[in-house]
Design a protein around this ligand. Sequence first.
Ligand code: FAD
Ligand code: UDP
Length: 369
Amino acid sequence: MKQYDYLIVGSGLFGSVFAHEAKKRGKICLVIDKRNTTGGNIFCEKIHDINVHKYGAHIFHTSNKKIWDYVNNFVEFNKYINSPIANYKGELYNLPFNMNTFYQLWGTKTPLEAKEKISLQIEKSNIKEPKNLEEQAIKLVGEDIYFKLIKGYTEKQWGKKATELPPFIIKRLPVRFTFDNNYFNDKYQGIPIGGYNLLIDKLLEGIEVKLNINFFHNRNELEKIANKIVFTGMIDEFYEYKYGMLEYRSLKFENEVFDLENYQGNAVVNYTDYETPFTRIIEHKHFENNYSTKTIITREYPACWRKGDEPYYPINDDKNNSLYNKYKILADSETNVIFGGRLAQYKYYDMHNVIEEALNTVEKELSQI
Ligand code: FAD
Ligand code: UDP
């Protein structure tokens, strides 16, 4: 008899949802995390009574009612709608690409006028099947928007030419011919009232959690204490990089506190030129109607990833995807290890995707027993 049914490596959304659901089904879990906090990348730090999204701004959005109802069981959500502003060399534009953006760029006032402007640019580019992000972007919105609002941001964000990046990344952004600045097309959206930590605390209620424990520092011992492992860290690290290292993109965050009520008038302002070294400034209080007399901003700087840095984004180009597929073959043959989440599945997952994956995984796992 082992001490635990599941050792869950990582207390992010995947690990926490899995642990919660397994406990509900009578299983005994231990959750470990190498950080000194739970929640993975959704962890918020309270500074001057403002929830600071420590690992990047997180806005919950989904069209899946099951997932929306699931998270609402644990925490109430506010009605925050993400409507970022783009700052291109001092000019301001609404995002995502919509009638407001088109008016600001060209003075077009009707969908017909805007469509005509974009269609002319698309025709001129003569792109049939987009092979990379640049071609996909031009095929969606034409060259004007590509050069002012996409190219610079994208190339600094990913540290690669837009011609070397996969097309799917830009398809995350809506293009619409209405005056609607909602960044997402999803049915449901918001921020947990009181912050994301509440959600994680509720998920992990009654579950043993040990922080500051790196699985790889004590792998042999840890592998013995549970019948199965749920691993949510980097899959290539799990296999000691035997086929080579997957690439990630990292970030550096720079916080600043101001004795001001309002610094930029919006939660998210993107800097879309290449020369500004950060991609966006987040003003955290705007996520939650916080009336503090102070404000906190975070400048987000994209950074190269080297072993030991935080692996924020998988780089899902062909080269990395085929390397991942080699690791996935190993993962699929494991009988006692389950791999889940953004790092272990090497996918550009949003929160709702991770929750859905975790729920499906638990369902599959525990209906087999
Ligand atoms: P993580 O949150 O990364 O958790 C993994 C955990 O495992 C971490 O706590 C880590 O410390 C731990 N761990 C790793 N290796 C080990 C080890 N060896 N030993 C012990 N512990 C280990 N999604 C949205 O839906 N909306 C957004 O607005 C949004 N914004 C984002 C902004 C940024 C900058 C980033 C990077 C992501 C964003 N996401 C957003 C995505 C979201 O963060 C993820 O989908 C989700 O949090 C991933 O959960 P996870 O459990 O898979 O991984
Ligand atoms: N993007 C862009 N300009 C912007 C915002 C986004 O070109 O002002 C592109 C960029 O390539 C980015 C992708 O769209 O990586 C996806 O943006 P999203 O906001 O979804 O990125 P995330 O929040 O995951 O960093």
